[in-house]
Ligand binder design. Sequence first.
Ligand SMILES: *[C@@H]1O[C@H](CO)[C@@H](O)[C@H](O)[C@H]1NC(C)=O
Ligand SMILES: *[C@@H]1O[C@H](CO)[C@@H](O)[C@H](O)[C@H]1NC(C)=O
Ligand SMILES: *[C@@H]1O[C@H](CO)[C@@H](O)[C@H](O)[C@H]1NC(C)=O
Length: 418
Amino acid sequence: MKFLLIFLSFILAANCSEGYKNYKLYDVVPNETQYDALAAWEYIDGVDFFRLTSPNRSSKVLIAPKIQNDFESFLTRNNIVYSILSEDFDVEIEKERESMMETRKMKTGYSIEGTADFSVYWSFAEMDRYLQDLAARYPHRITLENLIFSPEGRHVWAVKISSGVFGQKPIIGMETGMHAREWAAPPTSFYLIDKLVTDEAIAAELLARVDWLIVPMQNPDGYEWSRTPNNRLWRQNRRQITPTCTGADLNRNFAYSWRAATVACGNLTYPGPFALSEPEDFVLHEVMERYRQNLRMYLSVHTFGDLVLFPWGYSDNPGPLPLNNVEEHIHVGNIFRDAILAATGKDYFVVNSLNYFGNINGAVDDNMLAAVGADLAYTLELTDGFSFLYPEDRILALSEETFVGYRALGRYIGETYG
Ligand SMILES: *[C@@H]1O[C@H](CO)[C@@H](O)[C@H](O)[C@H]1NC(C)=O
Ligand SMILES: *[C@@H]1O[C@H](CO)[C@@H](O)[C@H](O)[C@H]1NC(C)=O
Ligand SMILES: *[C@@H]1O[C@H](CO)[C@@H](O)[C@H](O)[C@H]1NC(C)=O
């Protein structure tokens, strides 16, 4: 066993990053002429686009030391507007790690003796235990279905919340934790689940006419991997795709509009070898499809950008279907936005995904709308200004704030479709 572990860590050390020492984070705003040249950096080794948007908008990209000179001279040569957000991203990651360790000396995320503490980032084991305890305590409101064991053997829970028999009312489906490094999204699901199940007034309001089908941690292997040293920026799942490559982008792997990769496995947005090749996506698709008769809204919750994105996100052949309820998508997107604006002053931007990000194939929101048949689908990009390192001491406030938006959506679905 010990030899195996030593052997494994040797392989990992050989295969994976050695942290992010001297990696620089850039904010880059290319205009239309400059855009394609910037986008061409996407699949170069040492480049990690935290987000690549469309022309005239800010894109954020992390660049490894070995290509910083090339990258900066490229920017200068093309007169591309940019600024440096971090001179050494490893320092930021280390700060996060140390601060979380300090917090953990005083707090437990979830333990069976205690109450749930939504002010810390939970380990997957805590999420797992919390859900099972909650289901044991409130069997009349919540049922858990293990959709599958992940490639590394963790539960991928679907949480079904209903005041009666699940699946007879309009359903809001949602998932968080699809992208491993986007840590701030899953806490908002756990907070929502807790409210729906344990708060009598909220349950009376939000379960009267709506059922909720929530996959709060869709990519537990990726999440746990991103919690280990040097892997904080992992995005994909952890399935062994080839003998030398691990992980596909779960938000490029859905069947609707899926496209085979033009780049090798290992790239951040590698879409998997075939549509729904990744078990975490296959089962998410399957469970939503099983309840498609009642699936009125689907939410895919990510970070970052303070965005409410609505379909379509793809544009290539044969081109997007007409979206016959685009007005409703904008209206309901604004219900989420307005509720949060009124409560906290934070201003989300409601925008079409294709317009904001450019073409994306195989994404979950398009899939839930076109292939599964939800009436409304959104990708939410929570938080802005912290990249993926959203400070732990802000996540409770974020969860409370986002709950205001979820609640407004729940009311809308109840009133309109209930
Ligand atoms: C980008 O900005 C330029 C200059 O303001 C403008 O002419 C152009 O239409 C903009 N393009 C997009 C795609 O917004
Ligand atoms: C983009 O910026 C470059 C450099 O300033 C300039 O030469 C080019 O005309 C700009 N293109 C547009 C569409 O504004
Ligand atoms: C991304 O794909 C390109 C083109 O196939 C390949 O050269 C490169 O090694 C891949 N990057 C990573 C990080 O695997």
